[in-house]
Design a protein around this ligand. Structure first.
Ligand code: NDP
Ligand code: CA
Length: 315
């Protein structure tokens, strides 16, 4: 009785020559916290039944299994211990979860605990070196937003890979806070990478920063990432004709307050050390349907971002 999954194709892109190892598939996805979806969001065009956890759980796991990423960054995870950690562990993933300090899920009756960011990696592909949870600060003051930073070593190439999953403050009016949180995250990551490379500043550590930034590309936090000394670029720009534009949307929903169609989610990568090989395209308006997301065919109001990366050859 379930409508088919949204059909999406990989678009193969050219991003220079000289790669080592087989591609690394990365998925970034705000899966929509169960407690927020039923208790806070007010998705007026989505039937309640489509929001039931049993349905959504199957669709979320189905989406992950359809692409089988080696690295999976999720936001709004409020079923880590009872669902994602055990199910994905049985499929060979190791993971880390960082709950938000004051998750809004806790205000919803019948909630399943706080939501947070979770980072999963395929244990057959990567070895864990270190994982840290970061509570993001804004001008020295701790905020309600977090990040998981996991450092891995690729088993076949021996290359390091630092991966970040984060979810910045939502809503308009908070652009300054997102910018401050982004700066704090960049500062933490720079320090971690400096520690990792020791005294040898020539060692460049490939870096992926995946997140729901809650910021459109014209916001200050986007510009901070695009111009950071880390040398980051946003992978989904590769999907555009000109190669420099972000997609038109990564989230599309209708709440009581109106329709919201915007680009808020990103996969940032270090362009000198990683190469984008393929990007999963976005479903078009017709596939998404008139009631937008979530729906019976798709379990979140945010679309998954999936890319294949390769390590660039060292100079
Ligand atoms: P955010 O503003 O970052 O939003 C939290 C979640 O709400 C996000 O997952 C976001 O989803 C979603 N959201 C965004 N816009 C809307 C909308 N229009 N309608 C419904 N949901 C939306 O919140 P904070 O993390 O800063 O937390 C704020 C909340 O946390 C407070 O409202 C309060 O409930 C709770 N809190 C409780 C405290 C306590 O003492 N108990 C202390 C501090 C906070 P997305 O990212 O997809 O847009
Ligand atoms: Ca949300």
């Amino acid at each position: 009785d379930q409508p088919p999954r949204l059909h999406r194709n990989f678009v193969y892109v050219s991003d220079g020559d000289g790669a080592v190892g087989s591609p690394i598939r990365v998925m970034q996805w705000n899966i929509l916290a169960q407690a927020l979806g039923v208790g806070v969001d007010n998705f007026v065009r989505c039937p309640l039944e489509a929001l039931s956890w049993s349905r959504r759980k199957n669709l979320i796991l189905g989406e992950i299994l359809a692409y089988r990423p080696h690295i999976l960054c999720l936001q709004e995870v409020d079923h880590y211990y009872d669902t994602f950690q055990p199910v994905l562990a049985s499929l060979g993933y190791s993971s880390h979860f960082c709950p938000k300090p004051w998750s809004p899920c806790l205000d919803v009756e019948g909630n399943s605990g706080p939501d947070g960011c979770a980072l999963f990696f395929d244990e057959s592909r990567f070895e864990l070196l270190d994982s840290v949870d970061i509570r993001l600060s804004a001008m020295m003051i701790p905020t309600n937003q977090v990040a998981v930073v996991t450092t891995l070593r690729c088993r076949s190439t021996g290359r390091y890979l630092c991966v970040v999953a984060t979810h910045l403050k939502a809503r308009s009016g908070w652009e300054w806070l997102r910018s401050a949180q982004g700066s704090d995250l960049l500062w933490h990551v720079q320090n971690l990478i400096r520690e990792l490379s020791g005294d040898n500043s020539n060692i460049e550590v490939p870096l992926l920063i995946c997140g729901d930034f809650n910021a459109v590309p014209s916001e200050e936090v986007y510009r901070r990432f695009a111009t950071s000394p880390l040398g980051l670029d946003s992978a989904y720009k590769k999907l555009s004709q000109d190669g420099v534009s972000e997609p038109e949307y990564t989230t599309w929903k209708i709440r009581g307050t109106g329709e919201c169609c915007s680009t808020l989610d990103y996969i940032w990568y270090t362009k000198d050390t990683l190469r984008v090989d393929a990007v999963l395209d976005m479903p078009d308006e017709e596939q998404i349907g008139p009631d937008r997301l979530p729906s019976y065919s798709y379990p979140s109001d945010h679309l998954s971002l999936v890319c294949d990366f390769s390590f660039r050859e060292k100079e």
